[in-house]
Design a protein around this ligand. Structure first.
Ligand SMILES: O=P(O)(O)OC[C@H]1O[C@H](O)[C@H](O)[C@@H](O)[C@@H]1O
Ligand SMILES: [Fe+2]
Length: 188
């Protein structure tokens, strides 16, 4: 039996914000990477293109696309807005559509947007202690509606893959914006 992946976890530590240790890969998403997802393109173009919107610490214990494997991550979304729309993740369907995922809230507060392939959407409040099962065939995006950093954990199958293209083309059918200091859901 191959125990290659049997015991690496003691090298890894996580808290409410970070995943650290030798095998952790860090991903940064800046305004320049996200211009296409926000409604107000004019507003995003005038912002500092190097401003970080969110960071992901990932633990990939097996190769991408391994059947039966799992990946683990912590995402931190900064507080902020592009125009009146809150900072959010790119959002994606899984390339292998039937693959599910868990998200759980660690710190801060926001909304998890969920949308099926018929573009029917709903939201769940994500905050410290919340647990979210995202079934297969459901696109998912997290929006930081608070004025502090929002962090959440995630665990997903290593053969799920990310389909960003569908979201870049058509977006989600709902957006979360701030109006008169309050969050509002708007339909596209
Ligand atoms: O991939 P995004 O839509 O930008 O979301 C950011 C990240 O959030 C979670 O950690 C997911 O499980 C990751 O797979 C994803 O990469
Ligand atoms: Fe996912």
């Amino acid at each position: 039996m191959d125990f290659k992946y049997g015991n690496p976890t003691p090298e890894i530590v996580f808290d409410a914000k970070n995943l650290s240790g030798k095998p952790i890969e860090k991903i940064e998403r800046k305004i320049m990477d996200l211009n296409m997802i926000f409604k107000d393109k004019g507003a995003s173009e005038t912002m500092d293109q190097n401003q970080i919107v969110y960071e992901v610490d990932c633990y990939f214990p097996v190769e991408n696309d391994t059947e039966g494997g799992l990946f683990f991550g912590i995402t931190r979304i900064k507080p902020g807005k592009v125009g009146d729309e809150y900072f959010m993740t790119k959002g994606h369907f899984h390339s292998n559509r039937d693959r599910g995922e868990f998200y759980w809230g660690l710190e801060g507060e926001g909304q998890l947007l969920l949308m099926d392939e018929k573009r029917r959407a709903r939201t769940e409040v994500i905050k410290k202690g919340s647990v979210h099962y995202i079934p297969g065939y459901i696109a998912h995006r997290v929006v930081n509606t608070g004025d502090t950093e929002l962090s959440f954990g995630a665990c997903w199958p290593s053969d799920a893959g990310h389909d960003y293209a569908s979201i870049e083309e058509k977006g989600f059918s709902i957006r979360i914006v701030q109006k008169n200091g309050e969050q509002h859901i708007i339909k596209e």
